[in-house]
Design a protein around this ligand. Structure first.
Ligand code: IFM
Length: 448
C-alpha cells in the first residue's frame, strides 16, 4: 500500500474533557457541577463510579504533558470546568481555578503543543441548574460572562476555541433520555435546551469577534452518516429525516440560519410546535472559523411504521459489522461520506475532526505492553478515509484522537477505555499503549 501523506501543517492532536479526567472535584474553591450531583446520585452511573478523582489530572497535569510530548502531539484539546471558574455559575470568579488553566496552557505552549480549548463539555455549575439550567435563557448570558473571563485571561495565547461539545448529546441524553446529567426526560425541554445552547454559541462568537481575539473559534457537533437500510424510497426518506433530526438540526441553524423544515414538521406531528426568534438565528449563524465534529460510527436507518417516530435503527443488519466495546459499528467509509456531505451541503467549511477513537477492553500483557491492535486498526482505517476526503478536496485541517488517556466515560463510569494511554485507576499509573506509540509514528511521519 502506498504511503498516506497528510497535508503540511495538518493538526495532529488528542482530546480530553475536564470532568472525565481532572478529579479534584471540590478543591481550590471549585463549585459543584451537574455531573458531580448526577454521579453522586445512586443508580445513575455503572458501579456507582464518579469523577471525584478520575485521572487526577488536576494534580498530575505536568506528568500528562510530558506524555503528550513523548507522543509528539501537535495539539491538545481540553475543556474548562465552568464551576472551577465561577463556582456559582455567575458573579464571583475563583482565581485559583483560573490559575490552574493558566499553568496548564503555559506548560503546553512551553512544550510546543498548541492548546485547543472547549468552553463547555457538559459540566454546568449546579447553581445554574437550580435556576433552570440550559432551559433558562438567562444561562446563555451567564455562559458569555464565563467565556469573557476566560478570553480575557487566555485569549491572547490560545489559538483555537470550541464553544460547545456535542449540543445534541446534552439535549438528548441529558434532557430527553435522562441518562446524562441533569437527568431530565422531556422532549420539549430538550429542544429548548438545544436552541439555548446554540444561542449561547452565537452570543459567544459575537463576543469573541468584539474582543478582537486573534484566534479561531468554532463548535464541535457529534455527527454520523445516516444510511438507509435499503434503496426503498421509504427507507431513504427515513434516513434523511433521521439525519435532519440528529445532524441538520444543528448544522442548518449554524450555516443557514434556519431549522430544517422536515424536522420541524416531525415535531409538530408530535404536538410540539416550535418557532424561534429570527434574531436568535442571526446570532447562531454568524460565520465560524471551522466546524469541528466528533465521529465514531455510522447509523443505519429503516422505515418503521410501528415506531412512533416512523423510523428506527436497523438493528438486524448491525450483526454484519465489527463493533467497538461501546457496541458502535466500525464503518470508516462513514467518515468519508460524512466529510463529503459537510463539504457539499455547507459551503466547503474548514473542518476539524475533534474526536475519533475506539473503546476496547485493553489489558496489560505478560510482556508489560498494552497491545491494542484493534484500536490501531480502527484508527488506521478512519484516518485512511479522512485522507481520501482531503484528496477529494475537503478542507479537513486537523484530527484529535479520543482520547489521550482512559477516563470517566459518563454513565459507563470507568468501564470503557478509549485512551492511547492506559490509566490504572487504583494507582494512577500511566502507560502508553501500542496505539500511542503507533500514533507517535503517524505524527512524526505526517502519515503512515
Ligand atoms: O467520552 C465521550 C466524550 O466526552 C464526548 N464524545 C464521545 C466520547 C466517547 O463516548
Amino acid at each position: 500500500m502506498s504511503k498516506i501523506n497528510f497535508p503540511k501543517d495538518f493538526i495532529w492532536g488528542s482530546a480530553t474533557a475536564a470532568y472525565q479526567i481532572e478529579g479534584a472535584y471540590n478543591e481550590d474553591g471549585k463549585g459543584e457541577s451537574i455531573w458531580d450531583r448526577f454521579s453522586h446520585t445512586p443508580g445513575n452511573i455503572e458501579n456507582g463510579h464518579n469523577g471525584d478523582i478520575a485521572c487526577d489530572h488536576y494534580h498530575r497535569y505536568e506528568e500528562d504533558i510530558k506524555i503528550m510530548k513523548e507522543i509528539g502531539l501537535k495539539s491538545y484539546r481540553f475543556s474548562i470546568s465552568w464551576p472551577r471558574i465561577f463556582p456559582e455559575g455567575t458573579g464571583q470568579l475563583n482565581q485559583k481555578g483560573l490559575d490552574f488553566y493558566k499553568r496548564l496552557t503555559n506548560m503546553l505552549l512551553e512544550n510546543g503543543i498548541m492548546p485547543a480549548i472547549t468552553l463547555y463539555h457538559w459540566d454546568l455549575p449546579q447553581k445554574l441548574q437550580d435556576k433552570g439550567g440550559w432551559k433558562n435563557r438567562d444561562t446563555t448570558d451567564y455562559f458569555t460572562e464565563y467565556c469573557e473571563a476566560i478570553f480575557k485571561s487566555l485569549g491572547d495565547i490560545v489559538p483555537m476555541w470550541i464553544t460547545h461539545n456535542e449540543p445534541r448529546v446534552v439535549a438528548l441524553l441529558g434532557h430527553f433520555l435522562g441518562i446524562h446529567a441533569p437527568g431530565i426526560k422531556d422532549l420539549r425541554t430538550s429542544l429548548e435546551v438545544s436552541h439555548n445552547i446554540l444561542l449561547s454559541h452565537g452570543k459567544t462568537v459575537k463576543l469573541f469577534r468584539e474582543m478582537n481575539i486573534d484566534a479561531q473559534i468554532g463548535i464541535a457537533l457529534n455527527l454520523s452518516h445516516h444510511y438507509p437500510v435499503s434503496e426503498k424510497p421509504e427507507d431513504i426518506a427515513a434516513a434523511e429525516l433521521s439525519f435532519s433530526i440528529a445532524g441538520r438540526w444543528y448544522l442548518d441553524p449554524l450555516f443557514k440560519g434556519c431549522y430544517p423544515e422536515d424536522a420541524l414538521e416531525y415535531y409538530k406531528k408530535k404536538g410540539i410546535e416550535l418557532s424561534f426568534p429570527q434574531d436568535d438565528l442571526k446570532l447562531i449563524s454568524q460565520p465560524i472559523d471551522f466546524l469541528a465534529f466528533n465521529n465514531y460510527s455510522s447509523d443505519i436507518i429503516q422505515y418503521d411504521p410501528s415506531d412512533e417516530s416512523g423510523f428506527s435503527f436497523a438493528e438486524s443488519i448491525l450483526d454484519k459489522f465489527e463493533k467497538t466495546d461501546m457496541g458502535w459499528i466500525i464503518y470508516p467509509e462513514g467518515l468519508y461520506d460524512l466529510l463529503m456531505l459537510l463539504d457539499r451541503d455547507y459551503g466547503k467549511p474548514n473542518l476539524i475532526i475533534s474526536e475519533n477513537g475506539a473503546a476496547f477492553k485493553d489489558e496489560i500483557s505478560s510482556s508489560g505492553r498494552i497491545e491494542d491492535t484493534k484500536r490501531i486498526q480502527y484508527l488506521k482505517s478512519y484516518l485512511t478515509q479522512a485522507h481520501r476526503a482531503i484528496q477529494d478536496g475537503v478542507n479537513l485541517k486537523g484530527y484529535y484522537l479520543w482520547s489521550l488517556m482512559d477516563n470517566f466515560e459518563w454513565s459507563f463510569g470507568y468501564n470503557k477505555r478509549f485512551g492511547i494511554v492506559h490509566v490504572n485507576f487504583e494507582t494512577q499509573e500511566r502507560k502508553i499503549k501500542d496505539s500511542g506509540y503507533w500514533y507517535k509514528e503517524v505524527i512524526k511521519n505526517n502519515g503512515f
